[in-house]
Ligand binder design. Structure first.
Ligand code: C2O
Ligand code: CU
Length: 465
């Protein structure tokens, strides 16, 4: 399984386009995933391998690929010295399978296992990751891709997954132990110094002229956001956070916030033998994330011109006229101007709260516990209109578990084509409007996916009865 992933990633060339599945409904095989330590050559042969925590010892962990309609049956074994649990990010699954230790299940103790079973209702690009001390466990590598293939996917030559991440490494390529560091909590989160694609720094991806690639970008970073440019390739965006969009060619770099996913269709139009860097420009300093290297022989003379549309989303449409209106203001952090907030039910000055490691609040409430009063408490089937105001100096990718939300507007400007998201990146001082049908019963987290922010108070609950 891992070997196949490696070959795909490093450029084994499929000679024939991927065709729709013949035996679409064969049952998916049960999967075993062991959380354990491993060693991976993140920085390449000139450096020692890095000690990581990975699912099946790999980073990314074993890719899970099923066909829409199939169920996932995954037994997670914990061979680490610490408890863990697995969250299936973006999947609208039953609450008991959501993997939030202390809320939806007890943590899986060292030496124990847990069986996750669910049938993803939507095709698309998702991922799984630890949800116990996530800022450390995801930061050490506990994540993997989860792909639910459409029953009749668009025809491509290759379907590639890029899990993009960044690591904070020392000169000997070991991971720095400063997880949950105070500066990271109150500023942009743990931003690393070694950006990677599928666990490799400055990787090279071999391609052929004329090749059509479906590229599934999954941002598994603790906190780093990406804005990627593909030079002259002009990719089409075909899905965001797993849900299909009408294909479009963006005129700016493609933003993939922490935890976000973007599916692209790439027609490799470069000259045989040429090179093309993929450049990130989210922060002040641009860098090459990865390079495409064209083979000397083209695959075909001109690009495929078959359909690239995915089947449209089948999410329930919120009723805006009857919606429960909820406003949430994100405050706190460095340069945030927050003076006092409610901590464990009591108003306190931010300085006192910060001494206990918390620096963020939602509607003046610090999300310090899983038994806190929920932001939203509503019967199943309610349409919710959610407005998020980011009054801080930092971007926050706000993730709602168990649901997708329709992004309606940004700073009061309605989107020409509203899109479904599960982890919208809300930029500093920005206001976004979202709507969703709260139709999945249970207690769900709603939190910032900059994992250090969540660990320091930027989270709340949505309770659906
Ligand atoms: Cu991707 Cu609360 O998680
Ligand atoms: Cu945040």
């Amino acid at each position: 399984m891992n070997r196949r992933f490696f070959l795909k990633r490093s450029g084994a060339i499929a000679l024939f386009p991927t065709l729709p599945h013949k035996h679409a409904m064969a049952a998916a095989e049960p999967i075993n995933i062991t959380a354990r330590t491993g060693k991976i050559p993140i920085v390449g042969p000139d450096f020692p391998s890095t000690d990581v925590w990975g699912f099946n010892g790999q980073v990314p962990g074993t890719p899970i690929r099923i066909i829409h309609g199939q169920s996932v049956q995954a037994t997670v074994h914990n061979e680490l010295q610490v408890p863990t649990a697995v969250h299936w990010h973006g999947i609208r699954l039953p609450n008991a399978m959501d993997g939030v230790a202390g809320l939806t299940q007890p943590a899986i103790k060292s030496g124990e296992s847990f069986l996750y079973e669910f049938t993803p209702p939507d095709a698309g690009t998702y991922w799984y990751h630890s949800h116990v001390n996530a800022y450390e466990q995801v930061g050490r590598g506990l994540y993997g891709p989860l792909v639910i293939e459409e029953k009749e996917p668009p025809i491509v030559d290759r379907d590639l997954i890029w899990m993009i991440d960044d690591w904070r490494l020392r000169d000997d390529a070991s991971i720095t132990d400063d997880f949950g560091d105070g500066h990271d909590r109150s500023h942009a989160g743990r931003i690393g110094n070694v950006p990677t694609v599928n666990g490799r720094f400055r990787d090279v991806v071999r391609v052929r002229t004329g090749e059509r690639i479906r590229l599934r970008l999954i941002n598994a970073s603790n906190a780093r956001n990406f804005a990627l440019s593909f030079g002259a390739l002009s990719p089409s965006v075909i899905a965001i956070d797993g849900q299909a969009v009408t294909p479009y060619k963006p005129d700016a770099p493609i933003v993939v916030g922490a935890a976000g996913r973007v599916d692209l269709m790439l027609d490799m139009n470069g000259d045989p033998g040429s090179l093309l860097p993929v450049v990130d420009s989210f922060y002040r300093q641009n860098f090459d994330l990865v390079k495409f290297v064209y083979d000397d022989k083209p695959l075909r003379e001109s690009a495929l011109d078959s359909n690239i549309h995915l089947p449209p989303p089948t999410l329930p449409e919120p009723d805006l006229t009857a919606a429960l209106k909820t406003e949430v203001t994100i405050a706190g952090g460095a340069m945030g101007g927050l003076r006092r907030a409610k901590f464990n039910g009591e108003w306190m000055p931010l300085g006192d709260i910060a001494r206990q490691g918390y620096v963020w609040a939602l509607n003046d409430v610090v999300g310090s516990r899983l038994d806190m009063p929920p932001l939203i408490d509503t019967p199943g089937g309610t349409s919710v209109h959610l407005t998020i105001h980011n009054q801080t100096a930092f971007p926050h990718p706000m993730h709602l578990h168990g649901h997708h939300m329709k992004l309606l507007s940004i700073d009061g400007v309605a989107l020409a084509s509203p899109r479904w998201v599960d982890s919208p990146l809300v930029m500093p001082r920005q206001t976004v409007e979202l709507a969703f049908v709260a139709d999945n019963p249970g207690q769900w987290l709603f939190h910032c996916h900059a994992l250090e922010h969540h660990a320091s108070g930027l989270g709340t609950l949505v309770r659906i009865s």
